[in-house]
Design a protein around this ligand. Structure first.
Ligand SMILES: [Zn+2]
Length: 512
């Protein structure tokens, strides 16, 4: 909002002194709230969590910024970078981004696809403060936002015992939020706090993420973060408290400024966490934006009920996905000239115990995708934008992919026909075996995708076929175990002729 007749610097100075706030035109909070923070109920937990949301903070610009607080958290904490969805699942916009962070589920569950918030389903998938208020009402919960939509639409603030809500004059109100949150941390006893800053996004829009002004905005916001961290450490009771600090963002920005689309720079997000049980210096490849809320729950000793339907997991928890063991052997592009040479993200060598049968596979084509490959989200989705590869949100780290569309982008003969074969798993004494995995499957034409099971190395039989799109879902296939069987192996058999693709990740096999 405009501030006629008053310079930004003057307003900031006045704000720091706790005066002149009425002049900032606070949209939804009475001016009286600004000078002194609200009074919270006294906290009850020695486990405490501060979540700081920085809007539109492109993580690959932090290195170049004067950002000692963020860099300290990176050195002493776990820093997981990943990519967002894109349309048609949801735009890389703040509504979907903060909804994903707050609820711990992807847009196909929380329902927010853009900044209209149309379709929001916070009743079924509430934000983590609302959930905490339900399951542990004795916690003292605080929220501060200056993108007021996060309050008016119920994304973040429901459940908070006290909240600060300002309009989106971020240059002023980010500082106000810092002042007042600092006081809350110093003088009161909150248990869980969500604090939002918006100026990085504003500067990104106005000047681009490649600008010095964007770096300067990161530095300012880092200074706010540093003040909150200092206020935590200065608490008289700090020695007996166990604090976790999380920093995250809702989307990236293009170099020229802007987001909402499917460019890799718009899709960049991160989760940064420091606290008890969270490894220092870790850079996991299996962290995604849905992991913020589950990390908050874990740090408070709360085990989410399966009925909550969370998509995330705590940042300190690693997947046991065998495909992720391929991380160190990933290579750069061969034929995919649209992918920058420095992006190491694919291999056609399966993990130990797995194999790929390509004896019916055609020849030539794009070598990255000649038969089942193993790739990262960034590498695979950069092969071609806006063909729904961005929707592979329930894959983490390295996943398996069969893509007849990309394979056919270079001279080839024959058809795409490839089979991914799992190791043999023991099933002795079990009555049924269940194959679990996540998948993104896009159907076209005569393309086929089938799962086969083989007991004791016998002839594989089809146990599941796909004939329609499956847009990022968890799948389970349960098969009876024949009498006397001692092992089962599964096969993922895909055929296509310049059709679409099939991804498989997070394979689990359990017996009952
Ligand atoms: Zn924005």
């Amino acid at each position: 909002m405009p501030l006629p007749g008053i310079s930004r610097r003057t307003v900031l100075a006045a704000t720091a002194a706790g005066t002149a706030l009425a002049a900032t035109g606070l949209a939804t909070a009475p001016a009286a709230l600004a000078a002194t923070p609200p009074t919270l109920p006294n906290g009850t937990s020695a486990d405490k969590v501060l979540v700081v949301g920085m809007d539109g903070l492109r993580h690959d610009r932090i290195d170049a910024a004067n950002a000692p607080a963020l860099k300290s958290l990176m050195a002493n904490g776990t820093y997981g970078r990943s990519l967002l969805y894109a349309n048609p699942m949801a735009a890389t916009s703040s509504g979907p981004g903060w909804s994903t962070i707050s609820t711990g589920v992807w847009p196909d569950k929380h329902g927010v696809k853009d900044n209209t918030f149309t379709g929001k389903n916070y009743g079924r998938y509430p934000g983590f403060l609302a959930r905490l208020a339900q399951v542990r009402p004795q916690l003292s919960l605080f929220a501060a936002v200056d993108w007021p939509e996060l309050d008016t639409h119920g994304t973040v603030t429901p459940g908070a015992d006290a909240k600060l809500v300002y309009d989106n004059d971020y240059a002023v109100n980010d500082a106000v939020i810092t002042d007042l949150t600092e006081q809350v941390l110093r003088d009161q006893n909150p248990d869980v706090l969500f604090v939002y800053f918006g100026e990085t996004d504003e500067i990104g829009h106005n000047h681009g993420a490649a600008s010095q002004k964007y770096l300067d905005a990161i530095a300012v916001q880092d200074g706010y973060l540093g003040r909150l961290l200092a206020a935590i450490k200065a608490r008289p009771t700090y020695a007996s408290e166990r604090w976790t600090v999380l920093v995250t963002t809702d989307h990236g920005h293009t170099d020229a400024g802007g987001h909402g689309g499917s460019a890799i720079e718009e899709r960049r997000t991160f989760v940064l966490a420091q606290g008890p049980g969270i490894a220092a210096g870790a850079r996991p490849i299996d962290t995604r934006l849905v992991d913020v809320a589950p990390t908050v729950f874990r740090q408070l000793g709360i085990v989410p009920d399966p009925s909550w339907g969370l998509d995330g997991k705590p940042v300190q928890e690693r997947t046991t996905d065998p495909f992720d063991t391929l991380q160190s052997s990933l290579a750069g592009r061969v034929d995919e000239t649209g992918i920058p040479a420095g992006v190491l993200g694919f291999t056609r060598t399966p993990p130990s115990g797995w194999s790929v049968i390509d004896n019916a596979m055609g020849t030539g084509g794009v070598s990255e995708w000649r038969g089942w490959s193993f790739a990262t989200d960034e590498f695979w989705s950069r092969s071609q934008r806006d063909q729904w590869r961005e929707l592979n949100v329930r894959a983490r780290g390295v996943f398996a992919v069969a893509d007849s569309d990309e394979w056919a982008d270079k001279s080839f003969s024959g058809t795409y026909d490839s089979t991914l074969v799992t190791p043999a798993y023991p099933v002795s004494g079990a009555s049924a075996v269940t194959l679990g995995f996540t998948t993104l499957y896009r159907q076209e034409g005569a393309q086929t995708a089938r799962i086969l099971a083989s007991f004791n190395g016998g002839t594989p039989t089809v146990v599941k076929s796909y004939t329609a799109d499956v847009l990022s879902q968890v799948q389970t296939v349960t098969v009876p175990v024949p009498a006397g069987a001692s092992s089962v192996g599964f096969r993922f058999h895909y055929t296509g002729s310049n059709n679409w693709y099939w991804t498989v990740d997070g394979v689990t096999v359990t017996t009952s």
